[in-house]
Write a protein that binds this ligand. Structure first.
Ligand code: ZN
Length: 65
């Protein structure tokens, strides 16, 4: 049984590859400054669902009213 602390999400540093916390501004290992643009996060599924539902409701509204 693993006991990974999922509250502290860690990512590999884009510069040195060490595991660092996602919300730090600077890598503690290589002193590379981090910006959110360095990490391409996948779009959360709920956002996709909301967008799709919005589009569908627009389509329904435009054809039925
Ligand atoms: Zn680093």
């Amino acid at each position: 049984m693993y006991e990974d602390d999922e509250d502290d999400y860690q990512i590999p540093c884009p510069k040195c590859g060490k595991e660092i916390y996602e919300d730090v501004d600077q890598c503690p290992y290589c002193r590379e400054f981090l910006s959110s643009s360095d990490f391409k996060r996948p779009t959360p599924a709920w956002i996709v669902v909301i967008v799709v539902l919005t589009i569908i409701s627009f389509l329904l509204a435009s054809c039925c009213f």
